[in-house]
Ligand binder design. Structure first.
Ligand SMILES: [Mn+2]
Length: 426
């Protein structure tokens, strides 16, 4: 399934009048308030978020999984789906592969397909949270932190293999998320587990190509329910610092205890030049993996405020690897991903409307009310016409969800793939 450019242009023609009216109105207002609308639209058009290769099928919980018709059953079809997302939104120009779920059988075919769809290979993800077929050692009691050297070596080798796979495709980063930890007090020696993890990460780090980076993700609980070895940003930062300049912390929105001040975490990590990657999702209770912006859009906006500030003021911090890390249990995964992409762009656009100069003055004056007025003034602006404009000028659809339904994409996928295909990895 490939969407043709004329299909999108035809669709846009029908929406153009209404878009132009709302865009002109907003652009005029923003320009009068001193904003450079062209810069904002062009930043939005440039912003690309990686789609993880495992997110194109239905997700599930430990209680079960309800499949979704027409799921991609191999990596080629997954790349096709990302192509659909990218042609509609022009924001999904990257894929983040999960190994071993998505090892290419033919590297050239996959690369050509991705190239033709304008999709890059972003960070590759290793998996030591499941045992692999025919593996000698088990990760039941940990991988990089395991008390057994043989198991640690197996997990290190897996990560080195993942780097090789990513290198063949043009990836430049390895993301490490560990399920390692303990379910019961006394099960683990915290210090030994941490030190084993540090040493294992150093061995992996040594295998990074020169222009690669390593992203260390953290999570406070689950699947281990008493402790995780890399439980928070502090542990991640210590491990990254213990490896070297090319190792960074990765923040996943869902990997925090309730009410953590995530915007403060990203801010300080950028100050220290150590924020390397960012995973988007949303949650109500824990790591719920819900659609981005569906529960706490204001929190997302505050996080983007810090991200934008960092991108503008922290040259010591690298460009970030952005990825959606959500699970699609009851929605069409492609529609869910479009909604997430739109929520990300919306938060980004609103953050760009914050008058940083005025905010600084208000902060220096300790004018707390004014500070809040500035933030909320930006947040309350309906920025959707700016996002529509960014899509329009890059060849995307003015309203991607409508276009997706209008073009009958899912029906077409079911026709091509059948009803009962199952995406790998879930
Ligand atoms: Mn994640």
């Amino acid at each position: 399934m490939k969407i043709q450019q004329e299909q999108i242009s035809d669709y846009n023609q029908r929406e153009l009048k209404s878009h132009t009216e709302s865009f002109d109105f907003l652009a005029n207002r923003l320009t009068n308030n001193g904003h450079n609308v062209n810069d904002i639209v062009s930043n939005l058009a440039d912003f690309q978020v990686a789609i993880p290769s495992w997110a194109l099928g239905a997700g599930g919980t430990r209680f079960g999984r309800f499949g979704f018709y027409g799921e991609p059953s191999n990596l080629e079809e997954k790349i096709d789906d990302i192509g659909v997302l990218h042609s509609l939104t022009q924001t999904a120009g990257a894929v983040s592969l999960h190994i071993p779920w998505d090892i290419p059988s033919d590297y050239n075919t996959i690369k050509e397909k991705a190239d033709a769809l304008n999709i890059k290979f972003d960070a590759v993800n290793s998996n030591t949270f499941q045992d692999q077929k025919n593996a000698a050692g088990t990760y039941k009691y940990g991988s990089l932190s395991n008390t057994s050297k043989a198991v640690r070596d197996q997990a290190i080798q897996h990560n080195l293999d993942v780097i090789k796979i990513g290198d063949k495709l043009g990836s430049k980063a390895l993301t490490v998320w560990l399920a390692d930890g303990s379910c019961f007090p006394g099960q683990n020696n915290f210090q030994t587990a941490f030190q084993n993890t540090q040493n294992s990460l150093i061995d992996i780090y040594k295998g990074l190509p020169e222009d690669w980076s390593m992203l260390v993700e953290y999570k406070p609980y689950e699947p281990n329910f008493y402790s995780t070895v890399i439980q928070d940003w502090g542990a991640s930062l210590m491990l990254a610092n213990g490896c070297g300049d090319k190792a960074y912390t990765l923040v996943d929105l869902g990997h925090h205890l309730p009410n953590s001040n995530i915007e403060q975490i990203v801010s300080i990590l950028q100050l220290k030049g150590k924020l390397g990657g960012f995973h988007f999702n949303d949650s109500k209770y824990g790591d719920d993996d819900l659609t981005v912006g569906s529960i706490k859009p204001y929190a997302l906006f505050l996080i983007f405020n810090e991200l934008v500030y960092g991108m503008q003021n922290n040259p010591q911090n690298p460009d970030l690897a952005w990825m959606i890390d959500a699970s699609h249990n009851v929605k069409d995964p492609l529609e869910d991903l479009i909604q997430s992409l739109e929520a990300i762009q919306e938060a980004y656009a609103k953050a760009m409307l914050i008058d940083q100069k005025a905010l600084k003055v208000a902060q220096l004056d300790n004018d707390v009310v004014k500070c809040q007025e500035i933030l909320q003034g930006a947040y309350r602006t309906d920025v959707r016409p700016l996002i529509e404009k960014a899509r329009l000028i890059t060849g995307g659809a003015i309203h991607p969800i409508n276009a997706y339904r209008n073009l009958g994409v899912r029906d077409q996928l079911i026709k091509e793939r059948g009803k009962h295909t199952v995406a790998t990895g879930l």
